[in-house]
Design a protein around this ligand. Structure first.
Ligand code: ADP
Length: 322
């Protein structure tokens, strides 16, 4: 029997472009005669029945906004069997026959559990870390890259004026894609990522000394969050090179901001696909775009996949920052 009612939620860490994804889900579904509940604050909204039916205008004026109009949350209760059963009971009570989950890998584990218990789910990969293995680019990543680049460009101005070294922490506890790509874009002298072991003397101090000898007077060192403490790094650099050094933690600004064209288009294409998959009777799929083609993977398979770190790009960064 054809699906008549679905729901959409945003969960886990927020990412710019979530709004564009929700808008695409709602408009695609309504265009096909399917009703859509917007569920508030991730899985908590399913547990508490905090949701409302959306119309075409409910998602007006959000495509250009960062954050998520549906709010997001981390829901420890949902990870318990009791919480999960409450969420399922709400879905049954509200007549929800399919659910689109916009979030990261944690949220997809939840979606997998729901699917196994009879609520068909489709995942939309939204995370600024770009750490979903089946996905070349996640929703939010491009915006975060551009946000980081803009802020570090500003730091570069002041580092240049004062002949300083800026040691900058960017997000990425386990994944260095953001650090690597931002590092290249801002012309960093060194880039430290969790995927590649580093030697402080070889990879920072010696590189700074070598480029100093060719006349370079200001430096940018990019450190992914998971690698170490930028304040300690800056102190050590100053002590051992004599170059005045400052630590900057970009922090949560990296999660915000208007989504870029790329993220809006990505989110719109993926959101549209999620509804088509549900209406085609598919479930437990994560939507992805590879080589500019929209595709879908089994969530369980996607969660098992490991994303290879782009070591060639890392080498390029190394070769041109001399
Ligand atoms: P993200 O989706 O950004 O990776 P989290 O890892 O915090 O963010 O996950 C978001 C939410 O998804 C959690 O608060 C929890 O409700 C749910 N979730 C995470 N892991 C699991 C799991 N293994 N089983 C069921 N639900 C999970």
């Amino acid at each position: 029997m054809a699906i008549k009612k679905i729901a959409v939620l945003t969960s886990g860490g927020d990412a710019p472009g979530m709004n564009a994804a929700v808008r695409a889900v709602v408009r695609t579904a309504l265009g096909k005669g399917v009703q859509v509940y917007g569920v508030y604050r991730g899985y908590n909204g399913l547990i508490n029945g905090d949701m409302e039916l959306l119309n075409l205008r409910s998602v007006s004026d959000i495509i250009h906004r960062g954050g998520t109009a549906l709010y997001t949350a981390r829901s420890p209760e949902f990870c318990t069997e009791e919480g999960m059963q409450k969420a399922i009971a709400t879905c049954k009570e509200m007549g929800i026959e399919g659910l689109v989950v916009a979030g990261g890998d944690g949220s997809f584990r939840g979606a997998q559990d729901l699917t196994e218990r009879g609520i068909p789910c489709i995942g939309l990969p939204c995370t600024i870390d770009n750490d979903i293995a089946c996905c070349e680019q996640t929703i939010g990543y491009d915006t975060a890259l551009n946000t980081c680049m803009g802020m570090i460009d500003k730091l570069r101005d002041t580092s240049q004026s004062h002949d300083r070294c800026s040691v900058v922490e960017v997000m990425g506890r386990h994944a260095g894609y953001l650090a690597l790509n931002v590092g290249i874009a801002v012309g960093a002298t060194s880039i430290l990522v969790p995927e590649v072991p580093y030697d402080f003397d070889r990879d920072i101090l010696q590189r700074m000394k070598k480029t100093s000898a060719t006349g370079k007077k200001h430096f940018i060192i990019i450190v992914a969050e998971g690698v170490g403490h930028v304040v300690e790094f800056a102190e050590r650099i100053q002590k051992e090179t004599g170059v005045e050094s400052r630590a900057t933690i970009l922090g949560h600004v990296q999660r915000g901001g208007d989504p870029t064209v790329r993220d809006r288009v990505l989110a719109s294409r993926m959101g549209h696909c999620a509804v088509e998959l549900l209406l085609a009777g598919k479930s437990n799929r994560v939507v992805t775009i590879q080589g500019n083609r929209v595709m879908d993977y089994d969530i369980s398979e996607a969660l098992r996949m490991k994303k290879p770190f782009d070591i060639d790009l890392f080498r390029i960064a190394h070769d041109i920052s001399i």
